[in-house]
Design a protein around this ligand. Structure first.
Ligand SMILES: NC(=O)c1ccc[n+]([C@@H]2O[C@H](COP(=O)([O-])OP(=O)(O)OC[C@H]3O[C@@H](n4cnc5c(N)ncnc54)[C@H](OP(=O)(O)O)[C@@H]3O)[C@@H](O)[C@H]2O)c1
Length: 253
């Protein structure tokens, strides 16, 4: 059985990946949708033409990870594509965000993404694909978004290394690095502090980001960055010393 696995499928980018991949001409038997909110996953499933498997797991718990591992063992599928979208972030000064929430960002964005990837690879074959949701926040340290940006740097670094390791098996890994995207993300992110105003002006819709991510994944690209502002940011973050960029950012704090 050929499947696509999407974490964070109950909203935002994960939901959009489900919608767009459902329309692609891949030979897929089932789409597996993972997130905590079961009813939201069921709503997404109703919109798709492929049969779906609803897996309402909290991926920060052992039960969630074990649930996925058991589902794989029982079904023994061939994973054509894994898209790791589950993730969240809190804007705010490091010491002002509750320790529990700082830790849970790392648990979901880094630990769970690593666990899901690790469990999925044995079920992949030549031409399978992995899409990891990083962020433009991964390009350099971000005061006021410190742990989130660091967690996304982990995702980017991990994806790039894994892409090299799996190249010989013809399995392609793409890190998707969007700037601000119109999703539920910012409803939770601004619990402790406000994002920079300029983020609102560079905000884009899920459709274009996901369309480009799928295209770049099929092209075997390691990094997918949508839009001119984020491509410029990516370019300058590679050529300008981060110390200088961080000094420049001080005027916004
Ligand atoms: N929106 C942006 O501006 C932006 C920019 C760059 C990168 N990203 C990244 O893109 C990814 C998707 O974000 P989004 O913008 O689509 O945000 P979103 O709409 O808030 O979606 C986040 C998804 O993660 C799931 N999730 C949260 N906690 C979970 C848990 N403990 N276990 C399993 N699933 C969990 C949520 O589902 P449930 O609540 O149902 O569990 C939801 O489906 C994230 O990794 C985010 O960091 C977003």
């Amino acid at each position: 059985m050929n499947i696509i696995v999407i974490t964070g499928a109950s909203s935002g980018l994960g939901r959009e990946f489900a919608m767009q991949l459902d329309q692609c001409n891949f030979l897929i038997d089932e789409i597996w949708l993972i997130a905590r909110r079961k009813e939201r996953l069921e709503e997404v499933a109703l919109l798709l033409s492929h049969p779906c498997r609803i897996l309402p797991y909290d991926l920060t718990t052992n039960e969630g990870i074990l649930g996925y591992e058991n589902e794989l063992k029982q079904t023994n599928p061939m994973i054509k594509m894994l898209i790791n979208c589950s993730g969240f972030g809190f804007v705010g000064k490091f010491g002002q965000i509750a320790l529990k929430e700082q830790a849970s960002m790392i648990d979901l964005n880094c630990k769970a993404l690593t666990q899901i990837t690790y469990l999925s690879i044995p079920y992949m074959k030549s031409r399978s694909r992995i899409i990891q949701l990083a962020s433009s926040a991964s390009f350099m340290p971000q005061p006021g978004f410190a742990v989130y940006a660091a967690s996304k740097s982990y995702v980017l670094s991990f994806a790039r290394a894994l892409s090299e390791e799996l190249r010989k098996d013809n399995i392609f890994v793409t890190a998707v690095c969007p700037g601000p995207v119109r999703t539920e993300f910012f409803e939770h992110a601004e619990k402790y502090g406000k994002s920079f105003t300029f983020k609102k002006y560079t905000m884009v819709d899920t459709k274009q980001v996901v369309h480009k991510a799928i295209k770049n994944s099929l092209q075997g690209k390691t990094i997918s960055v949508y839009g001119l502002p984020m491509n410029l940011f990516y370019f300058f973050s590679k050529i300008i010393p981060h110390k200088w960029l961080l000094t420049g950012l001080r005027m916004f704090h």
